[in-house]
Design a protein around this ligand. Structure first.
Ligand code: SAM
Length: 286
C-alpha cells in the first residue's frame, strides 16, 4: 500500500556567480516559499539571503556531509516538507553537490524542480565566440600534472569546443600543459571573474594568453573558465583514406561513405565528397 501523504518537492535553485543582481524572480520566490534551504556553505548563503532580505531555515549540505545529510533531507521530503537547494555559486550539481540526493529523490518518486539561472560555463561559452552547437564540459582538470596531461592527451583530437573550470593556483600550470600537449597555436578563451567588477574575457592562441597571464599577477587572480577550440578538421586526404572511401563507395551511397570516412579520419565531409566524385568519375571512364 502506498502512503497517501503528499511528499515535499526538492527545488534546485541557481544563484549568482558573482553579481547578486543575477538572481531570478522565481529563484527568490522559491527560496522564500521553501521550508528549508540546503546550502553548500550556510555562511556564504546567509550573505545572499541578507542581501535579499529573506530569512530561511538553513541546513548544511556539502561534499563532506552529503551521505548523512542526503538521508536527513530525504526524510524531510518524504514527510511533506519542501526544500530548496543552493550551492555557493551558480547552478547546483554543476561541479557542486546535489547529485546524490537528486538521484535518490527521483528513485523515490519525489518531485525535483530545477530553477534555471547563472552557470559559469554557459556564461563563458556564450561570450567566447567559439562554436556553441556542440561542446563538452569536463569540470576541473585533474590536480596532478601527470593526470592532467593524460586528460589533455585524451582531448587532443576532440573536434568540438570543450570547456574546463580552473582555480587561480592552477591556471598557469594547466595553460602550460595545454601549450605542450595541444600546441601553442590552439585557440582558447579565458573568461575570468564573470559578472564581477574585474571580469575579463581574453581570446587568442594558448601562446598569447599564457604571455598575458605571465605578465600580470592580476590576470592570475579570481575564478576561471577556459574554453578550448576543437581540433580543426584535417584537409589532407591520404592514400589510405582514399582506399577506405573507394571500398565504402562500392557498398553504399556517396553521402554515407563520406560521413563514415569523415568520422574516422577527421577530414571534412565536403572535401571527401569532392574526392568521392572524382573516384566515381574515374570508375565510369574506365
Ligand atoms: N555551480 C557553478 C556553476 O554553475 O558554474 C560552478 C561551481 S565550481 C565549484 C566553481 C568554479 O566555477 C570556479 O572555480 C570557476 O572555475 C567557475 N566559476 C564560478 N564562478 C565564476 C565566475 N564568476 N567567473 C569565472 N568562473 C567562475
Amino acid at each position: 500500500m502506498t502512503s497517501s501523504k503528499k511528499k515535499g518537492t526538492l527545488y534546485l535553485i541557481a544563484t549568482p556567480i558573482g553579481n547578486f543582481n543575477d538572481i531570478s524572480y522565481r529563484a527568490i520566490t522559491t527560496i522564500k516559499n521553501s521550508e528549508y534551504i540546503a546550502a553548500e556553505n550556510t555562511k556564504h548563503t546567509l550573505k545572499l539571503l541578507n542581501h535579499l532580505g529573506i530569512k530561511a531555515k538553513l541546513i548544511s549540505y556539502n561534499d563532506h556531509n552529503e551521505k548523512n545529510q542526503a538521508n536527513y533531507l530525504l526524510d524531510l521530503l518524504q514527510q511533506g516538507h519542501d526544500i530548496g537547494m543552493v550551492s555557493d555559486a551558480g547552478t547546483p550539481l554543476i561541479c557542486d553537490p546535489g547529485y546524490t540526493i537528486v538521484n535518490i529523490a527521483r528513485e523515490k518518486a519525489i518531485k525535483v524542480v530545477s530553477i534555471p539561472g547563472p552557470c559559469a560555463l554557459i556564461t563563458a561559452l556564450c561570450a567566447s565566440g567559439m562554436p556553441t552547437d556542440r561542446f563538452s564540459f569536463l569540470g576541473f582538470l585533474p590536480s596532478t600534472t601527470s593526470a592532467r596531461q593524460q586528460k589533455l592527451k585524451e582531448m587532443q583530437e576532440y573536434p568540438y569546443t570543450w570547456i574546463v573550470y580552473e582555480a587561480p593556483h592552477r591556471i598557469l600550470k594547466s595553460l602550460t600543459d595545454m601549450h605542450t600537449i595541444l600546441s601553442p597555436e590552439r585557440h582558447i578563451v579565458i573568461a575570468r571573474e564573470l559578472t564581477k567588477t574585474f571580469e575579463t574575457v581574453h581570446s587568442g592562441t594558448i601562446e598569447n594568453l599564457l604571455e598575458i597571464l605571465y605578465n600580470s599577477k592580476d590576470e592570475q587572480r579570481g575564478e576561471f573558465v577556459v574554453i578550448i577550440q576543437g581540433k580543426a578538421k584535417s584537409s589532407e586526404v591520404k592514400s589510405k583514406d582514399m582506399q577506405l572511401l573507394s571500398l565504402l563507395l562500392a557498398e553504399m551511397p556517396i553521402k554515407k561513405a563520406c560521413a563514415i570516412v569523415s568520422e574516422t579520419t577527421g577530414i571534412s565531409k565536403k572535401i571527401l565528397y569532392q574526392e568521392a566524385l572524382k573516384l566515381k568519375d574515374k570508375t565510369y571512364k574506365v
